[in-house]
Design a protein around this ligand. Sequence first.
Ligand code: ACM
Length: 741
Amino acid sequence: MKKHRSILLLIFLTVGKSLLAQLPIIPYPNKVVEGKGFYTVTSSVAKEAVIVIDSSAASVVTNSEGYLLTVTPKQIKVLAKTKVGAFYGMQTLLQLEAASKKIPVLTIEDAPAFGYRGLMLDVGRHFMPITFIKQLLDVMAMQKMNNLHLHLTEDQGWRIEIKKYPKLTSVGSVRGGTLIGKYPGTGNTNTPYGGYYTQAQLKELVAYAAAKHINIVPEIEMPGHASAAIAAYPELSCFPSEPTKLTNNMYASATENKIKTLGGKIVQETWGVFDDVFAPSEFTFNFIEHVLDEVMDIFPSSYIHIGGDECPKTAWKRSSYCQSLMKEKGIANEHALQSYFIQRVEKYVNSKGRKIIGWDEILEGGLAPNATVMSWQGEEGGITAAKQHHDVIMTPQGTCYLNFYQSSDPRDSIAFGGFLPIEAVYNYSPVPAALTPNEASYIKGVQGNLWTEYIANKDLASFMLYPRAMAIAENGWTKTKTGFDHFTSRVTRWQSLLQQKGLHYSDHLYNVQITSKPIAGGINVSIGGVGKAYKIVYNTNGKLPSVDDQVYTGPITITGDAKLQAGVVVNNKITDVASAAFSINKATGAQLVSLLNAPKAPYNKSGNTGFINGIVANDSRFSDGEWLAWEGKTIHATLDLGAATSVTQITTRFINSRGSWIHLPTRVEVLGSLDGKTFTRLGLQQNFDNSKEGALTVSFALPPTTIKFLTFIADPVTTIPAGFAGAGNPSWLFMDELIIK
Ligand code: ACM
């Protein structure tokens, strides 16, 4: 009897599971109860569904966005308290219909985890056509997202028509050229680039979004990232007659000529953070109020985004106007001056019945009384704001910046430095563990951000957004998630829907991980991180993997320098590619005797011995796990090579990416010893060429020297100097494999 019961249970679970797999719904509903049989759609669910909106319906959850969907063999019915709830019920139904005209009998009781489920699109760095924004809105609505944040103004372009200030668009919407390649680049296109939206276009876009229950949050960036506005109206600057300062010598002469021709200020042509920011003057506040009047006329959004991030205080420090204003108002320092700036703007926005939202730097010097914080530098800003009982939208860069690389596939275009595979987005939970339940109630939602420095067109924009934006949608809606493999099975079903919408997407789903274990004379290499359903193939011939390559079945032994490339096979196509270069040398697998400071998460995925594991880090993805990073701390490691060993060369690499707070070391020293007690200096370097971005090799050539122990020391820039992103904070020191020959 017992045996029969377990067999029956097994059959039930199997049926349940296969039905579940037939619901390719994103975001996955919060409660699904499956029945038996199907409702067969004869024309369309839009025509056949019975929709009941009943504000007093007891059977729908308390949430105004919630719905109850009931499918029987005879009827499909959506019950909701509001139009929005009914709309979301229909989205679920439409997704089911897209999968099959036979809708399984079921009941779905659903409501979102968070009230704000958003995406941000930076149209400042690169202008995106309205038609594309509408396509995005279509997909966002289908996936129950309800806020599109448009980043409308930037150093590189002002993109919204303001009737009172026509030069914002006639001057501020066009830059004279664009950086070529990854910052600091290889040159300048010297081709004018521009674009802006008229107020009529934006009003029409707002209406289009509203019909899909999506609010558009407009962002007018202040007091920093304001070069385009300043180029149009130099009086907004603390130093109106000072020409724009160049930050990139590689194409100085052409840009210098433009600065001369235009008589001073230009719309920026390269990326980064710039010192010329809004002066906290009456002229500026008057300008901002008029701009916001027109913005609030176009956008009914209760949130008005005022930026607030990355505002260097250099100009305010050297401006006699700012210094006397601070004295007069009793403002203690420039951070407090930023707070004064934001609070004045908040007062104005509040007087119009709206509220401000800003990036987490608005916490500096004290938060404006009613401000909502968008936490981007990590979770800390969100935690601080929630503890002060301010509303928060979570968008930490480590899990929500969709402009970061999504795979290590070498076929992908250049992207911003970080590395954010979809699984990491999916695994993100917007409520920080540090909050009490009451504090957690201030976390109002989650947003994925698409910054467009390296995203020059709509197709690349949607390639970077999808499918990762689907993970953001699920994080915002689904309270108890069903696991990454179930998620990816639904994502693959969505690809044809995106195609129908004319949207590009990436088929990168898995972050193929190549890891190593030391063995005598080399390493054993494992390939993982891929859902069980998929096959991995690999080669060491330097070519991109093909479906006919060797199938991976278990660890591969590597005994010399080699390059391995692995690919995931989905539907007989290679979707993800990962590669690793190996260096088997005298440090590989050495014993780490001591390590003064451990590398810091998340840049420690290969562990404390990641720099002697035989795997060389990826040049362009500094969060690949093979670059180890220390924050403001010295790298001080001692290795035991196992036996007296003759050494002639010691090499490693560091990253120079100062815009991302990553600096070269100030000093590197290597010492050797035979007994582990008396160490002799083998090499010292104190000057490093930081003229190029990216990986820099540091190498010491020695006469043949016999050692058993080696100490490696690299000192960081402990405090980032003024004039660089993150000034005043500790720098990050990123180190690759230590190679001893
Ligand atoms: C930001 O990424 N600077 C908000």
